[in-house]
Design a protein. Sequence first.
Length: 106
Amino acid sequence: MSNDGKCQDTNNCINWLENSIVNEYLNYYEYSEFENLETIGKGSFGSVVRAKWKNAGNFFALKTFHKNDEITLKEVVNEIKLQKEMIFNENVIRFYGITKAGSGKF
Ligand SMILES: Nc1ncnc2c1ncn2[C@@H]1O[C@H](COP(=O)(O)OP(=O)(O)OP(=O)(O)O)[C@@H](O)[C@H]1O
């Protein structure tokens, strides 16, 4: 699938994410690079945790999606697309990249 943001089913969404990482459109972080995870909020699709990035000691908000189903994967791709479009808006938090928890969730 091309990297035009289309995500019609589960496999397409996963391919879009993986191609975006391989082609370096998205930064990928190993989940093991984070420590001191503390839950700071919950949304419709998952929870948000504050986590320390071991490499530099700074903190990130990690948005975790609880399921790997089609609706959730479409939400992940949609949210990444929105974040990338908002890159120059100072009122919107910066999107740094994506990680994958041990359970396979993004
Ligand atoms: N970057 C962040 N820094 C601090 N807290 C955050 C951050 N992102 C999200 N949160 C907290 O986590 C909560 C859940 O965020 P999340 O984005 O999962 O859902 P939402 O946008 O509030 O709702 P929905 O999932 O219905 O769109 C937020 O309401 C907020 O309290």
